[in-house]
Design a binder for this molecule. Sequence first.
Ligand SMILES: C[S@@+](CC[C@H](N)C(=O)[O-])C[C@H]1O[C@@H](n2cnc3c(N)ncnc32)[C@H](O)[C@@H]1O
Length: 219
Amino acid sequence: MKSWPKIEGAVADYVDANWLREPPLRRRLREETAKMPGAGMQISAHQGQQIGLLARMIGARRAVEVGTFTGYSSLCIAEALPANGKLWCCDVSADWTNVARRYWKEAGLDGRIELTLGPAQDTLDWLLAQGLTEQLDLAFIDADKENYDTYYERCLKLVRPGGLILVDNVLWGGSVADPGDTDTDTQAIRALNAKLKSDKRVDLVLLAVGDGMTCALKR
Ligand SMILES: C[S@@+](CC[C@H](N)C(=O)[O-])C[C@H]1O[C@@H](n2cnc3c(N)ncnc32)[C@H](O)[C@@H]1O
């Protein structure tokens, strides 16, 4: 069990040199975001590449993203969808998502993306009310951690059997394994991790990328 690779220093450079395929537009978004407060919220380039590949693997056409920020993960997902695909994005910040909107337009992907500003729970309920139960192929959850379980349950309804739910930051910098850490966010992530371990509605794997990403395939 204790065999996860530690990728840092020269090994990280080697990994970047041999596996990373970050298009110039995404690199530019990363550089612009790096100057902003909250930059650390952005997913890594490798993670974005992984999400895009997973979306292609399942032939995703319709997806939802919970937590868009400046748009990096949404670009990765939207690019992986076919021209008639659709990505619904949820966020509460007009400032951050205005950056995302700029990049969606420049990438020519704005026609595939619909952003709703407001609490993600409301947006997910709205999608369900639109008759999209089991109509989506992919959900990526990366917003406020205390609502992770709420988002998971709603996304599980939205995603079709054979669809994927990806949940970011499930290791939370390692704090989930520290019993002394009783922070609300840590507890929420820990509770969802424990619940998914025996959730018979999905097949489960941890992708050890970034801050840890749960990959749950709906049965
Ligand atoms: C970790 S960031 C998302 C990073 C993004 N996936 C990326 O690739 O750059 C989390 C985002 O969730 C948003 N957020 C926080 N609380 C929210 C809520 N209740 N509903 C919707 N979005 C929320 C924040 O505004 C922030 O942009």
